[in-house]
Design a protein around this ligand. Structure first.
Ligand SMILES: NC(=O)C1=CN([C@@H]2O[C@H](COP(=O)(O)OP(=O)(O)OC[C@H]3O[C@@H](n4cnc5c(N)ncnc54)[C@H](OP(=O)(O)O)[C@@H]3O)[C@@H](O)[C@H]2O)C=CC1
Ligand SMILES: O=C(O)[C@@H]1CCC=N1
Length: 264
C-alpha cells in the first residue's frame, strides 16, 4: 500500500509509527509545513518527508488527512484536481462531516471518516469509521488498515462525535485515571516508578478481562469485592465522592464542546 499522511503532527505521527511497526505500507509520504522535527523518519527507507502535499498525493493511494480542522478545507481545495479512482481518502478530522468534504471535492471519491486515537502508534487504537456512499466499497479496506493497528468499528456518521470523546479523548481520560491511581499508590508507600507500573498493568489486566471474557464490568467487580472487605469500602467511598458521575459529566461536557466548534 502506498500511503500519504497529510499533517504529520501528534496523531499523524502516531499513525505513521503504527503503520511502520505493523509493516503496513510499501511507501509512505509524511507532510507538514515545517518538516525539521520529523526528518528522522527518513531513516526508514520507505518514508519520504516533504512539505509538498501534491507530490505526496500523486505518489500514494491511501490518503490519510490529520491536520487541524481549520486547515482541512484549504488543503483539500489545493489538491482536489489530483484526486482519482485510485485514491481512498481517510479523514481523521474532528467535527468535519462527510458533507463538508464532499462540498469541496465532490461525491465521486472514496471518502472514509475515521476516529483513531494515539494508541495507534503501539497497535492498540480503538478506531471508529464511516464512509460516504461511494466509500462503502472501500470500508473493508479501511477496516483492514485500522485492524492491523488495533480494533475498528463501523458506526453511523451521526455517532462520530460521540466516538471522538469516548475513543480519542478517552486516551487522555484513562491516562488521568492511571495517574491518580499512581498518586494513591505513592501515598501508600510505593516509589513513583513502581506505583505507575502497578497502576498501568492493573488497568491493562482489567480491560483484558472484559475483552477476553465478554463479561459485564459489575460481574468482574463482584468477584473482587469481599463482603465487608477493603474493595467495596474503597469503591463505595469513590462513588460517594462522585466517581461515576464526574466521568459521565466530563464525557458529556467534552461532547458538547465539539458541538460548539462545529457550529462556529
Ligand atoms: N491528537 C489526537 O489524539 C487526535 C486528533 N484527531 C484529529 O486529528 C487532527 C490532527 O490532530 P493533532 O495531530 O492533534 O494536531 P497537530 O497540530 O499535532 O497536527 C497537525 C499537523 O498538520 C500540519 N499541517 C498544518 N498545515 C499543513 C499543510 N498545509 N500541509 C500539511 N501539513 C500541515 C502541522 O504541521 P506544520 O504546522 O508544520 O504544517 C501539524 O503537524 C485534528 O483534526 C484532530 O481533531 C483525531 C483523533 C485523535
Ligand atoms: O481534543 C481534541 O479536540 C482532539 C479531538 C480528539 C482528540 N483531540
Amino acid at each position: 500500500m502506498k500511503i500519504a499522511i497529510i499533517g504529520a503532527g501528534n496523531l499523524g505521527l502516531s499513525i505513521a509509527n503504527g503503520i511502520l511497526n505493523s509493516n503496513g505500507a510499501t511507501t509512505m509520504y509524511l507532510t507538514k509545513r515545517d518538516t525539521k522535527s520529523i526528518l528522522d523518519f527518513e531513516k526508514h527507507n520507505k518514508v519520504t518527508v516533504t512539505t509538498d502535499n501534491r507530490l505526496a498525493i500523486q505518489n500514494s493511494d491511501i490518503l490519510i488527512f490529520a491536520v487541524q480542522p481549520v486547515h482541512f478545507a484549504g488543503i483539500l481545495e489545493s489538491v482536489k484536481d489530483l484526486l482519482n479512482e485510485n485514491h481512498v481518502i481517510i479523514s481523521t478530522i474532528t467535527g468535519f462531516g462527510i458533507d463538508k468534504i464532499e462540498g469541496v471535492i465532490g461525491k465521486d471519491n472514496y471518502i472514509i471518516r475515521s476516529m483513531p486515537n494515539t494508541a495507534i502508534s503501539v497497535g492498540k487504537s480503538m478506531t471508529c469509521i464511516c464512509s460516504n456512499e461511494k466509500g462503502k466499497k472501500r470500508i473493508d479496506l479501511a477496516k483492514a488498515i485500522f485492524n492491523r493497528m488495533g480494533h475498528s468499528m463501523e458506526i453511523p456518521e451521526s455517532q462520530m462525535q460521540a466516538a471522538t470523546v469516548i475513543c480519542a479523548s478517552g486516551v487522555a481520560f484513562w491516562m488521568r485515571l492511571i495517574r491518580a491511581t499512581t498518586q494513591g499508590a505513592i501515598q501508600l508507600g510505593f516509589d513513583a516508578q513502581e506505583a505507575q507500573e502497578l497502576a498501568m498493568h492493573t488497568c491493562n489486566g482489567a480491560a483484558s478481562l472484559l475483552i477476553e471474557s465478554g463479561n459485564h464490568p459489575e460481574e468482574e467487580i463482584d468477584r473482587v469485592t469481599t463482603p465487608m472487605g477493603c474493595t467495596i469500602t474503597g469503591l463505595n467511598e469513590m462513588e460517594h465522592q462522585g466517581l461515576s458521575s464526574s466521568l459521565i459529566r466530563g464525557i458529556v461536557a467534552s461532547y458538547d464542546k465539539i458541538t460548539e466548534f462545529k457550529t462556529k
